[in-house]
Ligand binder design. Structure first.
Ligand SMILES: [Fe+2]
Length: 247
């Protein structure tokens, strides 16, 4: 449940937030973990969209007495930043997370549906990004034929529908849970114990170059166990965290 700062409209509407799966599934399994992490990321996107929809209509335009060019400039930069953030999320999924999930699940095409859904809102998002970059503050309008509302309305339902659906795709990974679990335990310990400098260097483990990044920023993030690893995610030796340093 959202803790609203006041009774005024906030960013839990018009598009509702996702209930984190770990709050209603007591199952301590990896697919619940992946789905919950994805729910957090998607709620960031949904709050950002609601933020724009709640406030942009009330930022005075150049036709109004209270118009302040800086307010519009800041709003457009906010929109630009949100578009880039959403684009980055889907780029990471398409380039790294989806292929990796399909590989560990041993099911090519498993993530085809969310991948295709990306195409439904991609054009609209590009248009909004272009609008936020090219519009001069005095030209900014919320409503009307060339306003920002029309662009957002053209893709917001497809985008949010996708953000809701994708959580169910991850929740459907229950039957490949054991393989996915390896991304959270086996891979981080392998990467952290594979000293790539040993005996002048060995290219082990034979994992895709992206794996250290995925483990660092996604699957291994926030887990203190990896402090015990003797190497960083790229196989570079580092001092042990829990050893007493000798003088
Ligand atoms: Fe996602």
């Amino acid at each position: 449940m959202t803790t609203k700062p006041s009774s005024a409209p906030w960013v839990d509407e018009p598009f509702h937030l996702i209930t984190t799966p770990s709050t209603y599934l007591s199952d301590p399994h990896s697919y619940v973990h992946v789905a919950s992490d994805m729910a957090h990321a998607h709620n960031v996107i949904i709050r950002g969209l609601n933020t724009i929809i709640q406030q942009a209509p009330h930022v005075p335009t150049s036709t109004e007495k209270t118009y302040n060019a800086k307010d519009v400039k800041d709003l457009l930069f906010y929109v630009h930043s949100w578009c880039k953030m959403v684009g980055h999320h889907h780029w990471v999924e398409e380039s790294f997370i989806f292929p990796e999930i399909e590989k560990v699940a041993g099911q090519p095409g498993l993530m085809d549906n969310p991948h295709h859904q990306h195409e439904l809102f991609h054009g609209g998002m590009e248009k909004l990004l272009a609008y936020s970059q090219a519009t001069r503050p005095e030209e900014y309008r919320w409503s009307g034929p060339s306003g920002m509302k029309e662009i957002i309305d053209s893709f917001s339902k497809d985008l949010t529908g996708h953000l809701y659906d994708e959580i169910n795709v991850f929740l459907g990974l229950k039957n490949v849970d054991r393989n996915i679990g390896m991304l959270y335990d086996v891979f981080p310990v392998v990467l952290g114990c594979a000293d790539k400098t040993y005996e002048c260097g060995h290219p082990f483990p034979p994992l895709p170059w992206i794996m250290p990044y995925l483990v660092k920023y996604w699957f291994g993030a926030g887990n203190g166990a990896w402090r015990f690893n003797p190497c960083d995610w790229w196989g570079r030796p580092r001092p042990l965290a829990f050893v007493r340093q000798t003088e």
